[in-house]
Design a protein around this ligand. Structure first.
Ligand code: DON
Length: 303
């Protein structure tokens, strides 16, 4: 298969979707991004890289960081995190408050904001610098030592982040935070505000397509943990649109409100797409369309 040609074809095919949807205005810095951009990169499990469109433009990875924070917690702390967060789809928006109260402060899964705040809290306890740990993982796996937090985005999120603050305070009231609320929220905002390109992200996610094997030949996760993290991405990675994403794309995937999505073809490749316009559930409209094209044309889905 000529993958380079395929990515260029897909970039052409999704032109009508680029610019559709809304940019994430609830974080003011993200609201200022030009929506008329689209990038796609694919990295095979052996490390071959293909890119098209705006694949070398940096964007805010936002919730995609949650996968990498979870990987770090699972690899150093084993299954303990599952006592503090479930792994079922929520069927609710990513920043919803309602379920958390009725389920006694145990978030539905590690990818909604409440669950990710618990994961970051654990990573902060384990490392003393949760965002720094995610950044180091990203730098090592992408091979790009310049990957860094965009502090304007982190500050913008913290200044406007009343929902995450309420989730974190509620978690604390239920005894499900180990660190002070402000420290956890700051770490979480910094990890979400990492700026990366499609190519950086596809390279960084390669271990999810290669049974946990990282860029330097090290095991980022065991094969069993990799299988499980991919399963949670499939069922929970795109929030209350996870059913629609499975129907259209049929791959484990994780979106972010910066407009990025990382998807995994287990045993074959990692793909990263980016276009800032979001649909109702916070997933990139053109990004989902591109991944739909990709699995429809290649037959590379898990179904
Ligand atoms: O906590 C937030 O609201 C953002 N930092 C991340 C949300 C996000 O990316 C949801 N994904 N589609």
């Amino acid at each position: 298969m000529d993958i380079q040609n395929l990515l260029e074809d897909i970039t052409g095919a999704v032109q009508p979707q680029i610019g559709q949807g809304q940019v994430a205005g609830y974080i003011p810095q993200l609201g200022a991004v030009d929506p008329h951009q689209f990038g796609i990169s694919l990295v095979t499990k052996d490390g071959e890289v293909f890119s098209a469109g705006d694949a070398h433009v940096e964007f805010s990875i936002q919730s995609i960081s949650k996968v990498f924070a979870l990987a770090l917690v699972l690899s150093s702390d084993g299954d303990g995190i599952w006592k503090r967060v479930f792994r079922e789809p929520s069927g609710n928006p990513f920043n919803s408050l309602v379920q958390l109260e009725s389920e006694d402060g145990i978030p539905r899964n590690p990818f909604i904001n409440a669950g990710a705040i618990v994961v970051t809290d654990r990573l902060l306890s384990l490392t003393g610098d949760a965002a720094g740990a995610v950044r180091a993982l990203m730098r090592r796996e992408s091979g790009n030592a310049l990957v860094d937090t965009d502090h304007r985005v982190a500050t913008s999120e913290l200044e406007s982040g009343h929902r995450n603050a309420s989730l974190a305070h509620f978690l604390a009231s239920c005894g499900n935070l180990e660190n002070p609320v402000d420290e956890v929220l700051e770490s979480y905002a910094q990890q979400c505000a990492l700026a990366m390109t499609c190519q950086d992200l596809a390279l960084a996610a390669r271990f999810l397509a290669s049974n946990g094997l990282g860029a330097e030949g090290e095991l980022v996760l065991s094969p069993a943990q990799t299988k499980r993290i991919n399963a949670v991405m499939l069922t929970c990675g795109t929030y209350d649109a996870a059913g629609e994403f499975a129907y259209r794309v049929g791959l484990p995937g994780k979106s972010g409100v910066g407009g990025g999505i990382v998807a995994v073809v287990p045993g074959k490749c990692a793909i990263s797409v980016w276009s800032p316009g979001l649909g109702r559930s916070g997933n990139s409209v053109a990004g989902v369309a591109a991944l739909d094209e990709f699995t429809t044309r290649t037959g590379w889905s898990v179904f």
